[in-house]
Design a protein around this ligand. Sequence first.
Ligand code: ATP
Length: 235
Amino acid sequence: LQADTVLSVEDLSVSYGKVQALEDVDIDVRSGETVAVIGPNGAGKSTLVDTIGGFHEYDGSVRFNGTEVADTSTPELIENGLFYCTERRDLFDFMSVEQNLRLGSYLNGEGEEKRLEEVFDLFPRLEERRSQETQSLSGGEKQMLSLGRGLMSDPEFLILDEPSIGLAPVILQDISEALESIQELSVEILICEQNITFALEHADRLYLLENGSVRRSGTPDSLESDKFVETYIGG
Ligand code: ATP
């Protein structure tokens, strides 16, 4: 194990009754890295993200800064700088954009105003709509809000579950640019994606998950020419 490993997943297995969703998965994320986990529907990406977030029992080891996730509560994980950013499922529809953003910093109120400004700099569309009710936002705007709210907790480690899902190209471009700005802040980022092109563009390293197992891993360059990966990009 390298000294600068921030997230270390070793021999991870998770099952739902008889369904084995993950089997002997090894993944690590090192300091400052963006890592993507790619794979088709049902590959186990959501199960992986939820397990890292402390929501599943598991066999094997999931360590964040050396601490086993099973020994830590989810609020503690957030306080330790892990933030789990879902695909806009967890926004409060009847609250305003600004209220949802401020909720992101409820465990870490220090510097809230400054971070709100930073999020508005990243996403001017959110600033224009700061008083608007969240339920009236478009899908892409909700995705921005979900990402923005994750940033409000000032995370060291950001997990993005399908950041590109269902987005029109122009919104995808906004999310891409925001992601690049976030990468400059040198946080570690784990992206779970079905959109392999998006993942290849943004990740330092990738893991291809299929039927709950890691089938391939490597840098974008090494995977782009891999026939096995190509079949997914083609599809
Ligand atoms: P998608 O991209 O479609 O969301 P995924 O890669 O995130 O897929 P998971 O949602 O992690 O995949 O599912 C992995 C496997 O576990 C699938 O076969 C799924 O049917 C199964 N599974 C997920 N949740 C449950 C559950 N609560 N009970 C039983 N099986 C489940």
